[in-house]
Design a protein around this ligand. Structure first.
Ligand code: COA
Length: 264
């Protein structure tokens, strides 16, 4: 079944229990303005509450860009306070929101992923890039620094040394280097990009939604300096035994049948 919901700057399509979100401002290389951040947030909230959505894929419209960053024209005259707001609202509504989302989110990086665009891809749980993709955090060229989590997540993904180099030189890297450095999980042709993402989500949607949600939470706990990831794992591992999905998953294995998970 396919349903469609139209917003101004993004389009969505539900297919095989996966919501494909396309950021749709191709004439501005899908730059993230305030409205796009709001629309992404609304869509994410709605999809979180929709049991028919089991995973998300985020991509950019057109063949040129995933997202070329925050909308530079929009923040050009911002004050110190407005700059801080821009960053904190973005963290809260989209970037941290995606990282801590209860369902896996895959970034289909189909071209330029710069600044906020790369930060959006890095907030996602898995990244797949097309061979033409170019990735970088060029903020220092504009006299600012990455403000949507880039200073933290890039170092987590590629290590501190490469993160320092990418951020202070503002250099872009290509898809092959991004793959070698662990910034993206796969590189495909542009034509195959979305199919590859759907291949990954087809595996996810057959698994226990409860366990998948818990796994995201526990992996993230290890990157949260207020939590001890191992302790959270012990706690959540124990809790798994109380879920309906656990009973179904184990029964299905022992009865040699396919599990029918209800996400309970
Ligand atoms: N914010 C606002 N508008 C943007 C944008 C951004 N981050 N990135 C691209 N655009 C707009 C351009 O202003 C241009 O609009 P116009 O046609 O109305 O003039 C349009 O998108 C096409 O971009 P253009 O620069 O003409 O394409 P290009 O192929 O020459 O260059 C890039 C592509 C990605 C190298 C270049 O657009 C770029 O450097 N963008 C900014 C990247 C950046 O610094 N991001 C971090 C922001 S914090």
């Amino acid at each position: 079944m396919t349903t469609e919901m139209a917003l101004e700057n993004i389009t969505t399509e539900l297919k095989n229990e996966v919501l494909l979100i396309t950021i749709n401002r191709p004439d501005k290389l899908n730059a993230l303005n305030k409205q796009t951040i709001e629309e992404l947030h609304e869509t994410l909230v709605e999809a979180e509450n929709n049991k028919n959505v089991r995973a998300l894929i985020i991509t950019g419209s057109g063949a040129k860009a995933f997202v070329a960053g925050a909308d530079i024209a929009e923040f050009a005259n911002f004050s110190v306070e407005e700059g801080k707001q821009l960053s904190s609202i973005g963290h809260f509504k989209v970037f941290n929101f995606i990282e801590n989302y209860s369902k896996p989110v895959i970034a289909a990086v189909n071209g330029f992923a710069l600044g906020g665009g790369l930060e959006l891809a890095m907030a996602c749980h898995i990244r797949v890039a097309s061979a033409n993709a170019k990735m970088g955090l060029p903020e220092v060229s504009l006299g600012v620094i990455p403000g949507y989590g880039g200073t933290q997540r890039l170092a987590q993904l590629v290590g501190k040394g490469k993160a320092f180099e990418m951020i202070v030189t503002a250099d872009m890297i290509n898809a092959d280097d991004a793959f070698k450095w662990g910034l993206v999980n796969y590189v495909t042709t542009q034509e195959e990009l979305i199919n590859k993402c759907f291949d990954i989500t087809s595996k996810i949607v057959s698994k226990s939604p409860t366990a998948v949600k818990t796994a995201i939470k526990v992996i993230n706990a290890g990157y949260n300096n207020k939590q001890n990831g191992y302790e959270v794992e012990i706690e959540e591992f124990g809790k798994s035994f109380g879920s309906g999905d656990f009973k179904e998953g184990v029964s299905a294995f022992l009865e040699k049948r396919k599990a029918n998970f209800l996400g309970n």
